[in-house]
Design a protein. Structure first.
Length: 237
């Protein structure tokens, strides 16, 4: 089947949904959700976030020259959505979503204490692109909650339960399909410990898939029941 050719569209998905926090001149904190954020350089470590000029956070970052990016988890999904649709001009989103400001080591803006990783950032340049301005910033400190580290001190994605944003929806991350370079790496014989770990992961994946299937069946049954009830009420008695 021939491919279809659409007009230019922002379909680069999935992307991270991050909480962006900043402070005003009086030290009051605000947090918003942004999906157009990413890594732009590894040495020095730099990130970017694109924000509309009309957003309150744009004003705060422009004035202070700094911000914090906090990664979002499944537990933070509702807060992430709320912080993306409400304005800090009208409501204290930290208080409304029961989020706790986490003091930063270098910048004045706080992170989000409920987030597993917060990146303290200082703006190095601003690119005016059109609908959005891109703030390019250097990461000056990485603040990590130790409960998400494994026994070797590495960040454990499975413990964090991070989420991604895709075409208007928030999604939980799925299973790891391979580590960087696995396609060219020679397979090593599995030891007893590795075999046991592989078996546990397989069992966990199977249980997760079964739970999702049950959940889908329950949702379908509920929807079918609602439709039946709706049809009954729509007919005259």
């Amino acid at each position: 089947m021939a491919r279809e050719y659409w007009k230019p569209a922002n379909l680069l998905y999935p992307i991270p949904a991050v909480l962006v926090s900043a402070v005003d001149a009086e030290g009051r904190s605000n947090v918003m959700t942004a999906a157009w954020a990413g890594t732009v350089c590894s040495d020095p470590v730099m990130v970017s976030v694109s924000i509309r000029k009309s957003r309150y956070t744009h004003e705060l970052i422009s004035s202070s020259g700094e911000f914090v990016l906090s990664l979002t988890t499944e537990d933070l999904a509702r807060a992430a959505d709320y912080c993306g649709v409400k304005s800090g001009r009208d409501v204290d989103k930290f208080a409304a979503m029961h989020l706790h400001p986490s003091p930063s080591r270098i910048v004045k803006a706080p992170g989000v204490a409920e987030s597993p990783v917060c990146l303290e950032c200082k703006v190095t340049r601003v690119l005016e692109l059109g609908s959005h301005d891109m703030f390019v910033a250097e990461v000056v400190s990485t603040d990590v909650d130790p409960q998400y580290l494994d026994e070797k001190g590495r960040f454990d994605l499975d413990r964090a339960h991070l989420i991604a944003y895709s075409h208007g929806g928030y999604f939980a991350l799925g299973d790891c399909l391979g580590r960087f370079g696995y396609s060219v790496r020679k397979a090593k014989p599995l030891g007893e410990k590795a075999r046991a770990q592989k078996k546990r992961h397989a069992a966990a994946s199977k249980h997760k898939a079964k739970s999702r299937t049950k959940g889908t069946r329950r949702r379908k049954a509920k929807n079918a029941k609602r439709k039946t009830q709706k049809r009954k009420h729509s007919y005259p008695h």
